[in-house]
Design a protein around this ligand. Structure first.
Ligand code: DLL
Length: 405
């Protein structure tokens, strides 16, 4: 693969030559650390197809992920890459509880986003009946959940929250639904949302992780019987490293840092040491069912980390505190603003039905819990149930940044 990359991707040839490294010098995965990282900005520089290692007549599909700024990142797949994609997603589905013969309600968006078609291909390979609902149109989603009786649903965790809330609002008895497993990913989420979704939809909910650049969904997946212990990385295809976000130094297992992947088998869009910007740790779990390494859930993206009065903050940390407050549901939003030179965070979070949002005691409880665990004072605004906008189908923006930077 290294020789192919060297000869067919000008970006990598330059990198190797500039660092006086030849593909022959990389004799093991450990030797990869001799190479510099590949970053999203490098991909942008070669927009749209300049990073492809195969000619267009070998490409069978193109996807793109829209970043927060500028042009999207474009990725391509050969026939063999699509087979690998199907394979890792099929594995992920099994890991999440799915079996051949079951129906998959696929509520990830179809289109340039890798979620919809990625899950679709893997489920087909596994022998499931795919219902390609795509995201949004919640009324129709609920009808299909009731009438088509799928056993498995996949969507973003925030959209699963929306579905749970809407079922409750409409008096749909979720215990009577056939749905058993929810495979949720594409954005960070914590145990708070797992509890809400599992109780709200009567499912076993697991985490699926991935990114377009590496393949799409199905880079790693949590096992339905080992929830909360991390997600298996399909490391026969994607070699993970955790590196220090400032120095780039490879960190030992168990330490938190930036997740970096090298694709080992991809043809059209191979990447060496791709800097995902996602923060987590990796480790082997000796008591696990499978032998692959596990990655912890993603705390957030390095570029989404807020620095508030010198304290680093990921929104998932607030979500974790919400989990401990039995009067709250994890429907929330962080509003960041600047007063003078001071950044301020307001937490808007919904109370459970029947709880008074004006209850000062509850407000103070949350305030001091956040102060004690995160080390920051935040403004708290408790809100009535169903008053904070949730996901309408895709990834949800939890942080509203009002600062003019
Ligand atoms: O979100 C692929 C995907 C689709 C994964 C469906 C899972 C399910 P992108 O649009 O390229 O691809 O976004 C990738 O989303 O770098 C993470 O920051 C975030 N992300 C994806 N899965 C998770 C997860 C798809 N389970 C970016 N937990 C990644 C936390 C996630 N963050």
């Amino acid at each position: 693969m290294l020789h192919r990359i060297y000869n067919q991707v000008p970006f990598y040839k330059t990198i190797f030559d500039k660092n006086s490294i030849h593909p022959q010098d990389i004799k093991s995965v450990e030797d990869l650390s001799k190479l510099p990282f590949t970053k999203k900005s490098d991909l942008r520089d070669y927009y749209p197809f300049g990073m492809f290692a195969e000619p267009m007549n070998s490409i069978r599909r193109i996807h793109a992920s829209s970043g927060t700024t500028g042009k999207p990142t474009v990725v391509g797949y050969t026939k063999n890459d699509l087979d690998i994609f199907d394979e890792v997603v099929a594995r992920s589905l099994v890991c999440g509880g799915a079996k051949p013969g079951m129906k998959l309600h696929n509520a990830y968006g179809y289109g340039l986003f890798t979620g919809g078609l990625g899950m679709h291909g893997g489920a087909t390979k596994l022998g499931m009946a795919v219902i390609p609902v795509s995201g949004g149109m919640t009324d129709r989603q609920l009808t299909i959940l009731q009438d088509f009786e799928p056993e498995v649903i996949c969507c973003t965790p925030s959209y699963a929250q929306t579905l749970a809330t809407e079922c409750k609002k409409r008096g749909i008895d979720t215990e009577a639904l056939n749905i058993k497993y929810a495979i949720l990913g594409a954005e960070p989420w914590t145990e708070a949302i797992r509890t809400q979704v599992e109780q709200g939809l009567h499912v076993t909910a697991t985490n699926i992780y991935g990114l377009s650049e590496i393949i799409g969904p199905g880079v790693s997946q949590e096992d339905f019987e080992e929830r909360g212990t991390g997600s298996y990385v399909w490391e026969d295809h994607f070699y993970p490293e955790i590196v220090d976000r400032d120095t780039g130094e490879v960190l030992p297992y168990g330490e938190e840092g930036v997740l970096v992947f090298t694709t080992l088998t991809k043809e059209a869009f191979p990447l060496l040491r791709y800097w995902t910007n996602d923060i987590c740790s990796i480790n082997y779990d000796k008591n696990a069912k499978r032998t692959h390494i596990k990655m912890s859930s993603i705390k957030g993206r390095a570029d989404d980390m807020l620095i508030i009065r010198g304290v680093n903050l990921f929104y998932t940390q607030v979500e974790e505190v919400i989990q401990e407050m039995d009067f709250l549901v994890p429907n929330y939003q962080l509003v960041v603003s600047r007063v003078g030179t001071m950044d301020k965070v307001k937490v808007r979070v919904e109370v459970k039905s029947g709880v008074d949002p004006l209850n000062e005691d509850f407000k103070n409880q949350l305030l001091s819990k956040i102060k004690n665990t995160i080390g920051l004072s935040m403004e708290i605004q408790l809100e009535a149930p169903e008053s904070i906008p949730g996901s309408e189908g895709g990834k949800l923006k939890r942080v509203i940044d009002q600062r003019v930077l």
